[in-house]
Ligand binder design. Structure first.
Ligand code: MTE
Length: 333
């Protein structure tokens, strides 16, 4: 992004890997649940009071209790990026700016126990354990394209649930126009947060307009490829907004705040001419330093760049274009 230009994955990393567990195998291996329904259950109306102490997430596999394919429109049949690439070629500046840094240093950070603070314009606020956050939600698999602003992309089978179902449980009030997300700040175990030069302000923050946050494509992720989401991909809880550049999909979330005014985001603050609040994938609006017309679908290499045209809203225009009706997408980039 601001600091590094995109690099090719070396050819020794492109050997395809058989990593998928079938659903049956996954459930068996994890000692899990009976087959769940394909559609998320409506979220509970009332939240329990915030417990005083955060609880353990060691038994996270329990959360993958209903690993079901979502309805059409919520997954792509395009070839999936091998697990190895999706988990070793990452952007997670908290662990360093190199693509291999997050996987290399992820072991230094323990995402357990975990809790999420809910603040701002809502009926229910407070600190909730990860278990409280996840309890009422049926998990779904969503196979989405992920398009980074750096012009590479992947196809990843995520496991999660609609963000809107979670947000509704807190009963946001009429002043809640935006949702602001914050990543954990743990400089002792996240070496990127200790870096003095060449980094971004901490903690990493992101935001969505309320209607974007409530859109059924927007999900909270707890797993990928049938497994618990690894630390380098944002454990234990991250956002995925598939029609926006990847930097909107904030990792390792510890705070969600409902706000009346549009929050400033990390990349907007770091380089406002280059990274906007909306960050909708758009092949017609170039980054000031490179074209956004096409992307490298990973795995790719110097000899096999695997370049494909970029689609408006990353191919989700049918579902989301109406959110931006009448807006100048060049101005609100
Ligand atoms: N979230 C945090 N907290 N820190 C980051 O550096 N990088 C973003 C996003 N979320 C980032 C983050 C960017 S630029 C991208 S492209 C995606 O995470 C990458 O997600 P992935 O590593 O799971 O592919």
């Amino acid at each position: 992004m601001l600091i590094k230009s995109p690099h090719d994955i070396p050819s020794d990393e492109i050997t395809p890997e058989k990593i998928y567990l079938s659903r049956r195998q996954f459930m068996g291996a994890a000692g899990l649940f009976a087959a769940g329904s394909a559609v998320a259950q409506p979220a509970e109306k009332k939240l329990p009071s915030p417990p005083s102490s955060p609880s353990k997430t060691g038994n996270e596999l329990e959360y993958l209790r209903s690993h079901a394919k979502s309805p059409a429109g919520f997954y792509t049949a395009e070839k999936q990026t091998p697990y190895k690439h999706a988990t070793t070629y990452n952007n997670f500046y908290e662990f360093g700016t190199g693509k291999g840094d997050p996987a290399r240093y992820a072991h230094e950070f323990n995402p357990s126990p975990w809790s999420v603070r809910i603040e701002g314009e809502a009926q229910h606020t407070g600190t909730y354990t990860l278990e409280d956050i996840l309890k009422p939600h049926s998990l779904q698999e969503r196979i989405y394209r992920l398009r980074c602003v750096e012009a590479w992309s992947m196809v990843i089978p995520w496991i999660g649930f609609p963000l809107g179902d979670l947000l509704r449980r807190f009963e946001p009030n009429s002043r809640a126009k935006y949702v602001h997300f914050t990543t954990v700040h743990a400089p002792k175990s996240m070496r990127g947060q200790r870096a003095i030069f060449g980094s971004i302000p901490w903690p990493y923050v992101e935001g969505l307009r309320m209607d974007e946050a409530m859109h059924p494509l927007t999900i909270m992720v707890v797993g990928m490829y049938g497994k618990i989401v690894p630390v380098q991909n944002g454990a234990p809880l991250r956002l995925i907004v598939p029609w926006k550049y990847g930097f909107k999909s904030i990792k390792s979330i510890v705070k969600i705040r409902f706000t009346e005014h549009r929050p400033q985001t990390t990349w907007e603050r770091s380089a406002p001419r280059e990274y906007g609040f909306y960050a909708n994938v758009n092949p017609q609006v170039d980054h000031p330093r490179w074209s956004q017309a096409s992307e490298r679908r990973l795995p790719s290499s110097l000899f096999s760049p695997n370049r494909i045209p970029t689609q408006l809203f990353n191919g989700y225009a049918e579902q989301v274009a109406s959110l931006y009706k009448g807006m100048d997408l060049r101005k609100f980039f």
